[in-house]
Design a protein. Structure first.
Length: 321
């Protein structure tokens, strides 16, 4: 990190060293990754501290694309009070005097990336789920590490419900190059189709990134689904476990592109056949055996003979009287 003095004048000029950042700053705070500041246009902005100050993109103040996380609208007149170190919380003071805690998407993503670097997949999942962030980040942050740690992913998620949510959210797109593009990567210019570029001004040739990255990550969904099935088989010892992870196996078949619903139905048929076989075995074990029938026959004969003798003795006693 470059060392520099951050200053704010009474007229709202925010400067980093000798570089003027903006002329409409109302407050600022320093995070371990970002310099945060509010503006008179009611926005909260982020400057990446790891970027070089000589790079004009590092202090760029306009929104570069629809998914730019470096700009966030805030309530009119809100001022920065504190940024919790190594956390995602930002405390704002509103004109009414009350304090408000927000969780900016830029800080959430930074925290999630650091947890993924430490292979804390369970904590990352809960963080992204709590803040409603696309779960594809867990896979796309470092794909090879994710596939190498797939057994650890299952262990840390710990629930088939969480695993099903992860599988259901998958799509063939690298979100680190599209909606969660790193601030340091700068502009991403993707050319428009030819029939549009011929009649479109140069000023609108910048569009939302993603088409090339989507093509590059084609097959990610199928690869993850297959890896999950293999990990479940290693974990449970069978390809079709009789545990809650059976649902995850079926979800993985249904999520593939194209969906392998025939394989899911075959798996369901196989499980159903096993259940019917177990039911037949249980019913067979409940039926009396041949030895039990032989043992019960003499007992019933003796009881019938004793009852007949008792009836004859009672009839003789009645005749003598």
């Amino acid at each position: 990190l470059e060392e520099a003095v951050v200053s704010l004048t009474a007229t709202g000029v925010l400067s980093i060293g000798d570089i003027e950042v903006t002329r409409n700053c109302t407050s600022f705070a320093v995070h371990h990754r970002y310099l945060l500041y509010t503006t008179s246009t009611h926005t909260l902005r982020f400057i990446d501290r790891t970027a070089s100050l000589q790079d004009p993109r590092a202090i760029q103040t306009d929104r570069r694309h629809a998914h730019d996380m470096s700009v966030r609208e805030v309530e009119r007149g809100a001022l920065l009070v504190a940024v919790v170190a190594n956390n995602t919380r930002v405390v704002l003071q509103l004109p009414r005097g009350n304090l408000e805690t927000i969780y900016p998407r830029a800080l959430v993503l930074d925290s999630a990336r650091r947890m993924l670097d430490r292979k804390e997949y369970g904590r990352t999942f809960m963080c992204l789920r709590r803040h409603r962030v696309d779960l594809n980040l867990i896979v796309d942050h470092c794909k090879e590490a994710f596939f190498d740690d797939i057994d650890m992913v299952l262990e840390q998620l710990g629930s088939s419900t969480h695993l099903n949510l992860l599988l259901s959210s998958l799509r063939d797109e690298d979100v680190t190059e599209t909606i969660f593009q790193d601030r340091r990567t700068g502009h991403v210019e993707v050319p428009l189709p030819k029939h549009l570029t011929e009649s479109t001004p140069d000023s609108v040739h910048l569009r939302t990134p993603g088409l090339e990255e989507c093509a590059a990550s084609k097959g990610k969904v199928n690869r993850v689904c297959e890896a999950v099935r293999h990990a479940i088989e290693r974990r449970e010892g069978v390809a079709l476990p009789r545990s809650s992870f059976l649902e995850s196996v079926l979800v993985s078949y249904a999520k593939e592109v194209p969906p392998r619903l025939d394989q899911a139905l075959v798996a369901i048929k196989h499980i159903r056949a096993e259940e019917e076989e177990q039911e037949r075995c249980c019913r067979a074990s409940d039926l009396p055996s041949a030895d039990d029938n032989e043992n019960t026959t003499p007992a019933s004969s003796s009881s019938s003979s004793s009852s007949s003798s008792s009836s004859s003795s009672s009839s003789s006693s009645s005749s003598s009287s």
